[in-house]
Design a protein around this ligand. Structure first.
Ligand code: FMN
Length: 375
C-alpha cells in the first residue's frame, strides 16, 4: 500500500509576511551580495544581472548587491551604480524580469567612504568622517590594497552625499524597484560615522553618539522622501569586527541600541541585521544576539549570518525574526526556496568565482533535480 508522506511545506520560513507594505509569499530573503559583474565603464547593470536576479525571483524578497549612489561612493571593482540614466535604465530591465517572474526586489544603496582608494577615484583621495585611516583593505583592479588616510568630509560634502542618496532613491523608484535598503553595514561610510575611533568630528556629525548617528538618520529621511515614507529598509551590523577600528565591545553595542531605538521614529519598513555569525562552523547562530534588537525595534526584523533551513525556521518560530536572509546559499542555489520547501540539501558555491566577472559562477548554478528514485 502506498503511504502518503507529510511534506515540509508547513514551515515558518514558507509563511507569508508583510514588510513595509510589501506582501512576501515566504520569509526566505536573498541577502545582498556584491558580484562585480558590471564590467562596462559606465557601471551599468547588464543583461546577465537580469538573468541572475530573475533566476532567484522565488525569494520572498531580493535585496540587490550594494549599488553606488554616486561616483564618490565607489570602493570596489565592477559594482553597478544608480546615479546615471543608463544605470537606471539597466536596473529597469532587472526589475521588469523579476516582476514578470512574480518576484519582489529592493535596491541596496552603498557608499564606501574612507574604505575606498585613490585607484577607485581617478587618483583622488577618499573622504570619511575624519582623517583617520580605517586600516581596511579594498578590492581594486590591481588586487587588494591597504586603505590610506582619507580626507575629512566637509559639511558641504556631507550635504551633497545626503542629497545623492535622495537622488539615488528616486532613480530606484523610477527603475521599478519595490523599495530601497540603506547599506549601513561593515566598515563603510555610515558605520565609519557611527564609530568613535574613526569619527573625531567636533561638529554636528560627531561630538558624541547623537552627532555620530546624525548622518544615518539624515540619509534615511532623504531616501524615504521619494518613496513617500514607504519601503525603506536599513541594514546594520552591530557585531562587525575588523582591523583595529571595528570592535563589537559593550560601548559599540550600547551605541547601536540607541541607533535602533531612534529608527523607530523614522519611516523604516524593516531592519535587516547581520549578526555575529555562528560560534563554530556548522553551529546555529545565537538567537540572543538578534533578540536584543527585537526588543528595541518595533517593525519587522530580517536576520542574517550563518542560517540554514533549521535555524531559520527556529528563529522565526521563536518570534525573534520575521524573515531570514541568505547570501551564500542564494549565490549557489537559485531555487533555494524550493530546496527548503522540499527539504533538499543546498549546494555549496565556489568563492573563487564571487568577484571574477562573467557568467561562470554567476548564472550557471543548476536547479535541483526534483524527481526521486521512486518511478
Ligand atoms: C560574495 C559576497 C558579497 C557580499 N556583498 C554584500 C553587499 O553588497 N552588501 C551587504 O550588505 N552585504 C554583503 N555581503 C554580506 C552578506 O549579505 C551576508 O551578510 C553574509 O554572506 C552572511 O550571510 P550568509 O551566512 O547567509 O552567507 C556579501 C557576502 C558575500 C559572500
Amino acid at each position: 500500500m502506498t503511504t502518503i508522506q507529510p511534506t515540509a511545506l508547513d514551515q515558518p520560513l514558507l509563511r507569508p509576511v508583510d514588510l513595509g507594505g510589501l506582501r512576501l509569499p515566504n520569509r526566505i530573503v536573498m541577502a545582498p551580495a556584491t558580484r562585480a559583474r558590471a564590467a562596462d565603464p559606465g557601471l551599468v547593470p547588464t543583461r546577465l544581472h537580469a538573468v541572475y536576479y530573475g533566476q532567484r525571483a522565488t525569494a520572498g524578497l531580493i535585496v540587490t548587491e550594494g549599488t553606488w549612489i554616486g561616483e564618490q561612493a565607489i570602493g570596489f571593482v565592477d559594482v553597478p551604480g544608480i546615479y546615471s540614466e543608463e544605470q537606471t535604465a539597466g536596473w529597469r530591465r532587472v526589475t521588469d524580469v523579476v516582476h514578470a517572474l512574480g518576484g519582489r526586489i529592493v535596491l541596496q544603496l552603498w557608499h564606501t567612504g574612507a574604505v575606498s582608494h585613490p585607484d577607485h577615484l581617478g587618483g583622488g583621495m577618499p573622504a570619511g568622517p575624519s582623517a583617520v585611516d580605517p586600516h581596511e583593505t579594498t578590492y581594486t583592479r590591481g588586487g587588494r590594497k591597504e586603505t590610506v588616510t582619507p580626507r575629512a568630509m566637509t559639511l558641504t560634502e556631507i550635504e551633497r552625499t545626503v542629497s545623492d542618496y535622495g537622488a539615488a532613491a528616486e532613480n530606484a523608484r523610477r527603475a521599478g524597484f519595490d523599495g530601497v535598503e540603506v547599506h549601513a553595514l561593515g566598515p563603510f561610510l555610515i558605520p565609519q560615522f557611527l564609530n568613535p575611533r574613526l569619527n573625531l568630528r567636533t561638529d554636528a556629525y560627531g561630538n558624541g553618539p547623537a552627532g555620530r548617528r546624525r548622518l544615518l538618520l539624515e540619509i534615511v529621511d532623504a531616501v524615504a522622501a521619494p518613496w513617500a515614507g514607504r519601503c525603506v529598509g536599513v541594514r546594520l551590523s552591530p557585531y562587525w569586527t575588523s582591523g583595529d577600528r571595528f570592535t563589537a565591545d559593550e560601548a559599540t553595542l550600547a551605541d547601536y541600541d540607541d541607533v535602533v531605538t531612534e529608527l523607530n521614529d523614522r519611516s523604516v519598513a524593516y531592519l535587516h541585521l547581520r549578526g555575529p555569525g555562528p560560534a563554530a562552523p556548522g553551529a546555529a547562530p545565537d538567537p540572543a544576539a538578534f533578540a536584543r534588537y527585537r526588543r528595541r525595534f518595533d517593525g519587522p526584523l530580517i536576520v542574517n549570518h550563518g542560517f540554514d533551513r533549521a535555524s531559520g525556521n527556529a528563529v522565526i518560530e521563536a518570534g525573534i525574526a520575521d524573515a531570514v536572509s541568505y547570501a551564500t546559499h542564494f549565490i549557489a542555489n537559485p531555487d533555494l526556496v524550493a530546496r527548503f520547501a522540499l527539504d533538499r540539501e543546498p549546494s555549496a558555491g565556489d568563492p573563487r568565482t564571487y568577484y571574477v566577472g562573467g557568467a561562470a559562477g554567476y548564472v550557471d548554478y543548476p536547479v535541483a533535480e526534483w524527481g526521486d528514485e521512486t518511478p
